[in-house]
Design a protein around this ligand. Structure first.
Ligand code: NAD
Ligand code: UDP
Length: 310
């Protein structure tokens, strides 16, 4: 199979490329290196089945492929808010271009959507049939609404042009190859703890998130791509839910750090709770996370210790 991975040099994309190569596919990684790094894909650059294209999905591209995993889009709030107009263009124009490519080549297309389509959810835990509670004009909207349009585009190409599509809604995922400075909570807390710096909890830390280890997530994406007769959307995430304050305490204890926990202002529109209902993924894909949060965090701490020692 010739597989295109957009955003393939990023955190999730590089793990996905690795898995697809291991399974004997030809992999084309397409990335504009906004948040991706050559170091993430360095081990595969010499692989005979791996090809790297530096390209921005906002512009069309002609390729011949069998599968398209469409991940290109910055995922951390700091990065997607850095140039919000570009984030919207990436989600709208980029997804349009990749769906056009899927239509022309008859490739199967998978959209990496997000739990952010649920916004600040009034239903807990979140099921796929919940339509969400999203601010259209806030600082997170470029990402949240961008992904919502991307989902709409995907289903309209499916209904109107018979493109074979899949949508996964990814909940907070963490693991090796996250950027130390990308501002997401797991990388921030681990890096702060290792360096002995203050652990910055936003608000009172009562907001919750549910954290999935990257290998589990990638497994869910591949299962979804290869499952026939099911477009989704389907939630992929680990239902183990933590308050941000408890996560901070857990990471301080795990690293044996002397860091103090300090409180900083809560960014606007920060969702108060988030937990996936994964019954649909269990039923349709036979999927559920295998890695416990403790084990996944330990692996990620080991990664950052090596990363920071460089
Ligand atoms: P990431 O920032 O590490 O990776 C995104 C990749 O896309 C980077 O390599 C970046 O350079 C590339 N990219 C960005 N804009 C591009 C453009 N216009 N053209 C080409 N390449 C572009 O983020 P990630 O955590 O690996 O997330 C990957 C995908 O999964 C994103 O679509 C994100 O919305 C989705 N997602 C991730 C999470 C998570 O917790 N990691 C949660 C929900 C959804
Ligand atoms: N957060 C925090 N301290 C940090 C970074 C993030 O308390 O240093 C909080 C943030 O306000 C949010 C949660 O952790 O409530 C998850 O943030 P992240 O940016 O990882 O993802 P998202 O908000 O998109 O789920």
């Amino acid at each position: 199979m010739r597989v295109l991975v957009t955003g393939g040099a990023g955190f999730l994309g590089s793990h996905l490329c690795e898995r697809l190569l291991r399974e004997g596919n030809e992999v084309i990684c397409l990335d504009n290196f906004f948040t991706g790094r050559r170091r993430n894909i360095h081990p595969f650059l010499a692989h005979p089945d791996f090809e790297l294209i530096r390209h921005d999905v906002v512009l069309p591209i002609l390729l011949e492929v069998d599968r398209i995993y469409h991940l290109a889009c910055p995922a951390s709030p700091i990065h997607y808010q850095y140039n919000p107009v570009k984030t919207i263009k990436t989600n709208v124009l980029g997804t349009h271009n990749m769906l056009g490519l899927a239509k022309r080549t008859r490739a199967r297309f998978l959209l990496a959507s997000t739990s952010e389509v649920y916004g600040d959810p009034k239903v807990h835990p979140q099921k796929e049939d919940y339509w969400g509670n999203v601010n259209t004009v806030g600082i997170r909207s470029c990402y949240d609404e961008g992904k919502r349009v991307a989902e709409t585009f995907t289903m309209d190409y499916h209904r109107q042009n018979k493109v074979d599509v899949r949508i996964v809604r990814i909940f907070n995922t963490y693991g090796p190859r996250m950027l130390a400075e990308d501002g997401r909570v797991v990388s921030n807390f681990i890096v702060q703890a290792i360096k002995g710096e203050d652990i910055t909890v936003y608000g009172e830390g009562k907001q919750t998130r549910s954290f999935c280890f990257v290998d589990d997530l990638v497994d869910g994406m591949v299962r979804m791509m290869e499952t026939v007769g099911f477009t989704g959307p389907v939630n992929l995430g680990n239902p183990e839910e933590y308050t941000i304050l408890d996560l901070a305490k857990k990471i301080v204890a795990m690293t044996g750090s002397r860091s103090k926990i300090v409180f900083r202002p809560l960014p606007s529109d920060d969702p108060t709770q988030r937990q996936p209902d994964i019954s649909l993924a269990k039923q349709k894909l036979g999927w559920q996370p295998r890695m416990s949060v403790d084990e996944g965090l330990r692996t990620t701490v080991d990664f950052f210790r090596k990363e920071l020692a460089r």
